[in-house]
Design a protein around this ligand. Sequence first.
Ligand code: SF4
Length: 734
Amino acid sequence: MLFGRNKKNPIKIADKEVVKWTYSTCGYCSTGCSIEVGTDANGKPVSSRGVGGADVNRGKLCVKGIFEHELFESSGRGNNPLIREDISQGYRETDWDSAMDHMASEISRIQETYGRDSFAVVSTGQLMTEEFYTLGKLTRGVIGTNNYDGNTTLCMASAVSGYKRSFGSDGPPGCYEDLEQTDCLIAWGSNLPEQHPIIYWRIKEAREHRDFPLIVVDPRVTMLAQQADMHLAITPGTDVVLQNALIHVILDEGLEDREYINANTVGFEQLEMEVAKYDPVTASKICGIDEDTIRNVARIYAKAGAASSIWTMGINQSTHGSDGVVGVNNLNLVTGNIGKPGGTSLSITGQCNAMGTREWSSCSGLPGYRALENPDDRAEIGEFWNVDPEFFPKKRGLAQTDIFPAIELGEIKGLWLVATNPMTSMPNTARIRKTLEKLDFLVVQDSYADVETTQYAHLYLPAATWAEKEGVFTNTERRVNITRQVTQPHGNSKSDLAIFNELSKRFKQAEKVKFPEKPAQVFEEMTHLSKGRLVDISGMSHDLIEENRGIQWPYTSDDAATGEPIKAGGKRLYTEPGTFRYADGMAKLIPLPFIDNNEVPDDRFPFWLNTGRLVEHFHTRTKTGKVGNNNKYSPIPFMELNPDAADELGIRSQEYVRLVSKRGDAIVMAQLTHRVPKNMIFVPFHFHDCVNRLTLGLLDPHSRQPAYKQSSVRLEKLEDQKAAAVMSMERREF
Ligand code: SF4
């Protein structure tokens, strides 16, 4: 018996006195868990719980979702619009009308002086889909700049690009059920237990009932790698080499699915010629996976009744990100693993509504997966919005990662950032800081006034967050799910939809364009535009979505009319032969020559720098850094360092260490662990003025997504540990 045990106070869980539960969808990651928020007799959100009848999460939530109700009144929320003429001055509060008038007049001034595209807009994956659609209408149809993109370029652009190149369209072809029904699962650079815990839980449960092989490809011994049957600790940035080698073995041993290939693909001969160069011996020297393992994995995957591949940032955030996605698709196409239960290529998306922005925001095109390059698409949207199609650009403008260099060149003078925080999220922080300082006019629209990028803004607009408003998200498996309004917007903040609508009224071009006020009205407009498209949601309504705890697209008005169970709806794409989105209905097998253009360790910078997520935090900690129960797990930046490397450098556990790259430096605490090899460190990307001071961020040529995970650094031991601790927490200026 423990000494004094009876004297201790027992732990008591306070009764939250919930009087009402409101249905919602989690606003963090793209798993898309159904959540209910409990409010007390005063209408105050006091509790969160998972929804038992929801297919995605079946009652469960992760550590972020379970505390999500604490967001509404967390510190740093914006109350009123803030304005200043110059960033050397302090902000002063202003009213909404003045803020909107000022913003519209600055946009007009900049566009009239420097041209329409000199004003840029960078959005997010955090808004409701109805808000994305409205922002797209405002930006494409009213303001008329072509330099409009989402921060999803930092996380999902390679997946979008890869899907388009292979299948002729964006749109993940599979669903979570495939990951339960598969006979073999490869996870490429995806650490589900920390990134998408509920998807991990579903796979774990499935494997408890039916033990299928789990193969993890990751340079680091992640939590998922610890659960795997095989862990392939690949050399960073060489996934394409491994993919080519796997296909080489499959073709060499006659394990491909010829019938599927003939009925569904073009380009087999060109692919065969390219992968012939990647025999397992040659490939092993580049990708670091031994030849026998390559052969074994190829055989297991090809011989499985159904095999699936998932991936996250380990593939996407690379100079070969788009190629890596095409490589996964190549592998699945030659083995006949697209569009069948248990056989899929599924990109596990990042933000709660990264899919919504891909489908409806018009960032890289026009709504409903329409293309600016297609005259019919421009004409259709022009007619629907009452905008002259000639007003639309005829090809896509700059991606987010190209907008910042264009500011450096003086081509872009004004920028509107919506719920995104490039001062923490973009590679090479010092360069981004100098870039933002060059702007004539920067607007930051965010739920938090203390988001780091507001330090460089001329106008701050306080936005409502998550369930302070209403609308839908689309999750990783194309499931559209609804967030109902739980509480009123904080302070004088407004929903992003209301802000877009207010701003539209200040432009003459908007006189003939309708901007519906209510999210349900906007959604209805989208259902009309979706009819007959791949992303057909014409059978959905807000109420039907809630009733079914989310509906996967496509779900057509004809589907709705049949009254068939919705669960049978849009589980998978490309289930029938020859239904890919190219004109001939065939998917493309694309040869992928490997070019080694990464920054690699050398004598001066001998460590690989790898970056990634922690389960308790979300993106730049704008939200989770304010929720005590999340932040207390990881309140400060740290790095994972191999104990043998630490020993050689004389670094002890929990010592502060200076990391130096060619771009800058950062001070972090060392955590000694064998999760990283001796020549690699891992630093979470959530912290401001930390790892992105170091990253290079070379861009993928197809997707323009930065390579965050392939930089090199050196470690410097610090004698004065107290000073280092202070410096690691201070926001420093170069
Ligand atoms: Fe929210 Fe993702 Fe956690 Fe589900 S897994 S509760 S969607 S953060």
